[in-house]
Design a protein around this ligand. Structure first.
Ligand code: HEC
Ligand code: HEC
Ligand code: HEC
Length: 427
């Protein structure tokens, strides 16, 4: 399993604040001495089993395992590389080991990390850890996750050291006031309990925005365009990175307009619906996180997502000539399953017409599924569909670009033009 996440911040502009640096580092170091002594120790009172079970459920909702369990490593012991524009950062060991994990952390220490992105000693965490979403999680739910994590077997493992730039943790002291607002989720009294539950899960533990929202120059999420689609890099075995585009989740025509609440809930819970099946990074999100949630909770998430105001993205069809050039490739390679109508079939494949993946502003995920196939985990079954094979050995970059333009400009689809260079970048 490959794993990693996107780029998040940009220090250069912050470097301008040079004179303050010395002061800040000094302050951080002094704070460290004090906080080390505040560890919880092991004499914490026993926590009720129901709280621990609740914590386990919530840890699944937060997908802690995807980012904190490296391939072949002990669960939650960290060391997963997360790719950013500044280099690679490794996730922490969050098992209760006193030296390399969070064994010495009090509940307060843990809450401050989840809500404010600050570890004991005033050590600023980077938003590759999605505290920018987790800040919305209630105190009670954070406490339950803490109780659960304390029941894990302590594992002595120190993740690889951060690259040089990532030792510049003080920079977050500038980033946070500009781009981060600490605060718990506030229910909207005009909406139903179900909508509020869905909003709480999507915006908080689900951190769907971490991948599905576009980011600005400083790698902060653009709140005004939330959920209209994002792009990030993932590390694949062999040390290479692969770019992905996370689709527009709003109900615009290049997003989820064609999906019903039930389509969406079914996709989140089982990995597929009549609209689409999971592939790429969504494999892990569904496999490790969403499929463990109750039907009520995934339904609530779908209700909330379907209520998001449509946000445009992409919405430019490739030129006619580019579309026509791919017609033959489509009928030779794709039509038997996705049909000439682009509507797919109950026993063959999902529709490509109105697909958010096909129309995404950044074609990375469309190119990836053609190059590499869907590559789902074994335990996710896509109903009665056939298996789509990888085409990386059968089609050239130019051919994949041509067939991509065909599906992006046919039926009523409106995705931008794909070039052979776009495809080459994904190899
Ligand atoms: C998108 C990936 C991602 C997800 C999801 C994630 N984490 Fe992390 N987490 C990280 C990374 C990366 C770091 C290291 C950040 C740093 O060093 O600044 C980290 C650090 C932490 C830390 C700080 C520990 C320390 O000493 O540095 C805690 C606590 C933590 N995560 C808990 C959790 C919990 C609990 C969940 C699930 C509710 C979770 N994380 C989900 C990526 C993730
Ligand atoms: C690690 C990044 C990441 C996270 C976190 C994430 N997604 Fe995705 N998502 C993607 C990518 C990449 C795609 C496009 C590939 C695919 O469809 O599998 C995608 C696709 C989707 C699709 C469209 C599927 C299709 O084929 O049209 C839906 C719906 C979706 N995600 C919902 C969610 C929800 C809800 C959450 C939060 C619970 C979430 N995602 C969290 C990366 C992510
Ligand atoms: C043997 C049947 C078959 C053939 C042939 C086939 N596909 Fe697929 N395709 C599928 C199945 C099944 C899925 C669902 C897999 C998943 O998303 O996990 C799929 C998914 C997709 C998706 C993702 C749609 C979405 O919204 O999530 C795209 C895009 C796609 N195919 C494009 C193509 C193209 C382009 C070709 C021809 C080069 C092609 N497919 C050939 C069966 C097929």
């Amino acid at each position: 399993m490959k794993k990693s996440r996107s780029a998040f911040f940009c220090v250069p502009a912050l470097l301008v604040a040079g004179t303050v640096i010395g002061l800040l580092i000094g302050r951080a170091c002094r704070a460290q001495g004090g906080a080390q002594a505040s560890g919880a120790g092991s004499a914490a009172p026993r926590t009720a089993d129901s709280t621990i079970q609740q914590g386990k459920y919530l840890a699944a909702a937060g997908d802690c395992a995807s980012c904190h369990t490296r391939p072949g490593g002990a669960a939650f012991s960290g060391g997963v590389p997360v790719i950013t524009k500044l280099g690679t950062i490794y996730s922490s060991n969050i098992t209760p080991d006193d030296q390399t994990g969070i064994g010495a952390w009090s509940l307060d220490d843990f809450r401050t990390a989840m809500h404010d992105g600050i570890a004991p000693g005033g050590r600023h965490l980077f938003p590759a850890f999605p505290y920018t979403s987790f800040t919305r999680v209630s105190d009670a739910d954070v406490a339950a996750i803490y109780a659960y994590l304390r029941t894990l077997q302590p594992v002595r493992y120190a993740p690889p050291a951060d690259s040089l730039l990532f030792r510049q943790r003080w920079a977050m002291a500038f980033w946070n006031p500009l781009f981060f607002k600490s605060g718990r989720f506030e229910p909207d009294p005009r909406q139903s309990g179900q909508w509020n539950r869905g909003a709480y899960l999507v915006e908080g533990l689900g951190h769907c925005d971490a991948c599905h929202s576009p980011r600005n120059f400083f790698m902060a999420e653009q709140t005004s365009r939330a959920y209209s689609g994002g792009t990030f890099d993932e590390q694949v075995p062999g040390g290479q990175t692969r770019r992905w585009s996370a689709v527009n989740l709003t109900s615009s025509r290049t997003g989820l307009a064609a999906w019903s609440v039930d389509n969406l809930a079914g996709y989140l819970k089982t990995g597929f619906s009549l609209r689409a099946g999971v592939f790429g990074p969504m494999n892990d999100v569904v496999d490790r996180s969403l499929r463990n949630l109750s039907d009520d909770d995934v339904h609530a998430m779908a209700v909330y997502l379907k209520s998001l105001p449509p946000q445009r993205s992409g919405e430019a069809a490739p030129p006619k000539a580019a579309v026509t050039a791919g017609a033959r490739l489509y009928s030779d390679n794709c039509e038997e399953c996705h049909m000439s109508s682009g509507r797919g079939g109950l026993f063959s494949a999902p529709p490509l017409s109105a697909s958010a993946v096909v129309q995404a502003g950044d074609p990375a995920s469309l190119i990836n599924i053609i190059l590499y196939g869907p590559d789902q985990p074994q335990d996710i079954k896509l109903g009665g569909w056939e298996t789509m094979k990888p085409y990386r050995n059968d089609l050239s970059d130019a051919e994949i670009a041509a067939v991509s333009n065909y599906v992006r400009g046919s039926w009523s689809n409106r995705g931008g033009t794909v070039t052979p260079a776009d495809v080459a970048r994904q190899r």
